[in-house]
Write a new protein. Structure first.
Length: 276
């Protein structure tokens, strides 16, 4: 995707974008149409162009996303537009205060953080129009683990600086999920799996992250690991860390993601696996 005002330039190739478009097209044609509306997700680049990627972090799939990314199965005329909208939605950023595409996590973290950022900006009206004062990432186990792990890795006791996003590319294993909410079921995963694996491989090959954190579980990850032909270092290292492996020079850590869990403990165990 080309650079545009207030949209972070893609770190991925035009071949990736063509594969992404092809995935949506094939899903739209092949879907059993038990559901008619889905979201498409494009990776979000906290890392700037020409900056090494330290962390590529995977969830399993979005559970609710932007309306701009929604598409209807069977409607091929809008597929190219949906791909562009997915890229824009993931990589647009507030044009003031040195924010990036992932800073919405910091700003919307909780009510007090939102108010803090609101009081700091000189573009108050634009801020209130841009940021949603509803979704709270502080309630998300996923985002708690991400910001704590990356912050503590970069510099101990640096969580308050909230600059973790500068080192992260955020992605999901499966790029298509039901609208308005919910993870893809087995049929929906099978329909997109070949493309999903191809896109994850391209992300690893092109971004060349130092670390890849997979915050889901082995059941979701195994179809990808099988095709990637990983060098497995350890399996079920702890009850939380299920696999440590290498893909080239990238160290991959798979952590079992619970519905509820102690993010501090998970973060410590992930850091232990990183530094071994």
């Amino acid at each position: 995707m080309k650079d545009s005002e207030n949209i972070r330039k893609s770190l991925l190739s035009e071949d990736y974008d063509r594969s992404f478009t092809k995935m949506i097209q094939e899903f739209s044609i092949d879907s059993d149409k038990r559901k008619t509306k889905y979201f498409s997700f494009y990776p979000s680049f906290g890392v700037k162009k020409d900056t090494p990627v330290e962390f590529l972090i995977y969830g399993q799939a979005v559970n609710g996303w932007g309306d701009e990314c929604e598409f209807k199965v069977g409607n091929e005329t809008t597929i190219d537009n949906i791909c562009k909208a997915a890229y824009k939605y993931s990589n647009e950023y507030f044009p003031y205060d040195n924010h990036g595409p992932l800073d919405w996590v910091n700003v919307q973290w909780c009510k007090s953080e939102y108010n803090k950022y609101l009081n700091l900006t000189e573009a108050r009206a634009a801020f209130e129009e841009y940021y949603c004062d509803r979704y709270r990432p502080s309630l998300s186990f996923f985002w708690n683990v991400v910001y704590k792990t990356v912050s503590d890795y970069k510099e101990p006791n640096s969580r308050e600086t909230r600059n973790w996003a500068d080192y992260v590319v955020y992605s999901n294993l499966y790029k298509i999920a039901p609208s308005p909410k919910g993870n893809p079921d087995e049929i929906e995963k099978n329909t997109q799996r070949e493309s999903a694996v191809e896109l994850v491989k391209m992300e690893l090959d092109q971004l060349k992250p130092k670390y890849c954190l997979v915050l889901t579980n082995l059941e979701w990850w195994n179809p990808f690991a099988k095709e990637l032909r990983l060098e497995i270092c350890s399996q079920k290292e702890t009850k939380r860390i299920q696999q440590v492996a290498y893909y080239g020079n990238t160290k991959i850590i798979v952590a079992k993601r619970p519905f509820l869990g102690d993010s501090e403990t998970y973060s410590r165990e992930i850091l232990n696996s990183i530094t071994k």
